[in-house]
Design a protein around this ligand. Structure first.
Ligand code: GRF
Length: 221
């Protein structure tokens, strides 16, 4: 039996990724415990999820802080007081300062709704949709000083179909987010992530065995 990793989850909104982590912990698939949930938005639905599952949550309203540094220092204080080892950003809409990154070096994960490094920033899904890509997806990565630039842990690919709307595409991506985030956290818990520069190798893990994918599917070639 693995030692459980103490998580601190940062949220701002609906918290469906938070929910997938909670569900996988409750199912015994994830060797982790959520020690605290920090939310910068007092009205976020994620707070209701925390309450329902009896997980401590703390609202740190960024509008009440003079600058980002002070806001981050408060988050660090709370996370340390709950003995958090790994910070999981799950739809957290604030950019972290260097002070925060230094407090948890390579121990902060983020999920982004696009295949990084494409479509970084706020509009991952609509950016890909408008651009006309045939595949997009989602990415779990370690956070670094950039926005959506840190070393990539796992990605999932989804097709973009001709009759999609951005909402349909968003749902297709979100479904995969809910699968890859718990997987990335579990790989961390199993001590299988080897970081070397930008590259994250997965120790003793299954090799990729899928076939190349084409969208639209190839016919004669
Ligand atoms: C997700 O699409 C995530 O990739 C992005 O923000 C969204 C949050 O959704 N960073 P939720 O709050 O987890 O439902």
């Amino acid at each position: 039996m693995l030692k459980k990793v103490n998580l601190g989850v940062l949220v701002s909104g609906s918290g469906s990724n938070l929910q997938s982590v909670i569900d996988n912990i409750e199912l015994g698939k994830l060797d982790a415990a959520i020690k605290v949930i920090i939310c910068n938005n007092p009205d976020a639905y994620a707070l209701k999820r925390a309450k329902k599952h009896g997980i401590p949550s703390v609202v740190i309203d960024h509008t009440k802080y003079r600058n980002r540094e002070l806001f981050d220092l408060k988050m660090i204080e709370i996370l340390k007081s709950f003995s958090v080892e790994l910070v999981v950003m799950a739809g957290f809409m604030k950019v972290l300062t260097a002070t925060f990154l230094r407090a948890f070096p390579m121990k902060i994960m983020n999920i982004h709704p696009a295949l990084l490094p494409s479509f970084q920033g706020l509009h991952g899904q609509s950016g890909a949709f408008e651009y006309g890509v045939k595949f997009t997806g989602c990415t779990v990565h370690f956070a670094d000083e950039g926005v959506d630039t840190g070393p990539i842990i796992i990605q999932a690919v989804v097709p973009v179909c001709d009759d999609d709307t951005v909402e349909i595409l968003q749902k297709r991506i979100l479904k995969e987010e809910h699968r890859i985030y718990p997987q990335a956290i579990q790989l961390y818990a199993e001590n299988k992530l080897e970081i070397s520069g930008r590259k994250v190798r997965i120790r003793d893990h299954k090799k990729f065995e899928g076939l190349p994918q084409h969208n639209p599917p190839l016919e004669k070639f």
